[in-house]
Ligand binder design. Structure first.
Ligand SMILES: *Cc1c(COP(=O)(O)O)cnc(C)c1O
Length: 427
């Protein structure tokens, strides 16, 4: 093997020179570190699965899903959450074990429900009574009994962006705990011949740095477990506490280790179950962003540089909102570095503009960088979650390739889209 001397002015990721990656694969380019993903999986095993018995972890695959990701997740001993037929199809094609799949969604279509039943998906998280009826009739038609959880809206406000807060009373997700709806739902599930109700699920929101929303929601859910035991005689076997654990994007983000959340969740469930004299349910967590967010970076090439005297300097890059809609969607902020100028002083101030025909397509305002010129490689950090998976073809821009790096070795896991590919469905 050829020993490569690291070039100190270049940024290395997963042991690979990112400037070389940009040359080899072109830009924009998503680069994912397998080593980082595996470290996070190890943390889940050590600090949650092994530490507490009767627990399960599933990766919320909407954060970043490819067949290779499914293979990594399976190898790491974790399950997968899907929220659509397309995500389920990806897991199926990757040969992911269906009993370790949890199917979410607030409006699953008949086709998606049929797909889930046909393929024996492990759990379906039922969002509403309409879905319960639909699922029961499909399961009946296939002669199967499907294990479900009910998604509950705990009525907890998590302190995060409105678009990623999901646990408040006014939410499109789940069954509210107002009135008698949940009692009726449970009775109906128990009476449904082709459904086995295992328990409840909640997901309070995303990118959280504080465990108080999880603690509040757990207390509400264990109380619900007790109420349903007393009123209907229903025994909860499983409690799925969702994901939402925050990661580092930008200064001010105080990301915490997983155990900060999971210890609090487990202690609260134990205490509350003890209080009501309930058996501990199986506890499930569903990290998405936390598992992959910091594992990914995006590489761009600098093109035009436009200085508007006394106003601002725009640096045009070859990507933008099609490969990363989060700045436009949530005002998300990323750390940015110049991959080929790591040891130069940062003495200019620029704004990084995407190439789309939208003034809102700005990926980063007021960035301090070394003097830039066309051909420089910019790196946006922490783009592993909700970038590739949220990417679009706006302005008919082909989606970037995805490269997986591990221990100094790079491998292409998703090819760059071509122009022909963009027209493949056009008649
Ligand atoms: C999105 C989602 C998650 C994961 O959220 P993260 O913030 O990425 O951890 C978990 N569970 C459900 C039901 C979700 O919709």
């Amino acid at each position: 093997m050829k020993v490569i001397e690291p070039i100190s002015s270049h940024f290395y990721f997963g042991g690979c020179d990112t400037v070389q990656l940009a040359k080899k694969y072109g830009t924009p380019l998503y680069v994912m570190s397998e080593d980082y993903i595996c470290e996070r999986c190890k943390e889940i095993r050590e600090d949650f699965l092994k530490k507490y018995e009767n627990t399960k972890a599933v990766y919320a695959s909407k954060a970043f899903l490819t067949m290779e990701m499914c293979r990594i997740i399976e190898r790491e001993g974790i399950g997968i959450d899907v929220v659509s037929g397309g995500e389920l199809y990806t897991a199926l094609k990757a040969g992911f074990p269906m009993e370790k799949v949890i199917f979410h969604g607030n409006n699953k279509t008949l086709e998606e429900i049929e797909m889930a039943v046909k393929n024996n998906v492990g759990r379906i998280v039922v969002d509403n009574l309409y879905e319960l009826e639909l699922l029961n009739s499909v399961a009946q038609a296939f002669g199967k009994k499907m294990k479900i959880l009910f998604r509950i809206t705990p009525g907890v406000d998590s302190h995060t962006h409105k678009y990623i807060s999901t646990g408040q009373v006014d939410s499109k997700f789940g069954i509210p705990l107002k009135g008698n709806i949940i009692n009726e739902a449970i009775k109906k599930a128990i009476d449904s011949s082709n459904i086995e109700l295992m328990g409840f699920h909640f997901h309070v929101g995303s990118q959280l740095f504080d465990n108080s929303s999880h603690i509040k929601a757990v207390k509400i859910l264990v109380k619900l477990m007790n109420d349903m035991k007393e009123s209907i005689g229903f025994i909860t076997k499983e409690l799925n506490t969702g994901g939402g654990f925050g990661i580092y994007y930008f200064e001010g983000d105080e990301s915490k280790p997983l155990r900060y959340f999971t210890d609090a969740i487990m202690e609260t469930i134990k205490e509350e179950c003890h209080k009501y004299d309930l058996l501990m349910p199986t506890v499930i967590i569903e990290p998405g962003r936390w598992l992959v967010g910091e594992a990914g970076i995006t590489l761009y090439t600098v093109g035009s540089i436009k200085e508007i005297p006394n106003v601002r300097t725009y640096v045009g890059i070859d990507g933008g909102m099609p490969d990363n809609p989060r700045p436009a969607l949530y005002g998300a902020k990323y750390e940015v570095i110049v991959a080929n100028k790591m040891n130069q002083e940062k003495n200019s101030l620029v704004t990084v503009a995407g190439k789309c025909c939208e003034s809102g397509d700005i990926l980063r305002y007021d960035l301090k960088v070394p003097k830039l010129e066309a051909g420089d490689i910019l790196i946006f950090k922490s783009t592993g979650a909700y970038n590739y998976s949220m990417a679009s073809n706006y302005n008919k821009i082909p989606r970037p390739a995805v490269v997986m790096v591990s221990n100094g070795i790079d491998r292409l896991i998703v090819k760059r889209e071509t122009y022909e590919y963009l027209l493949r469905n056009e008649l």
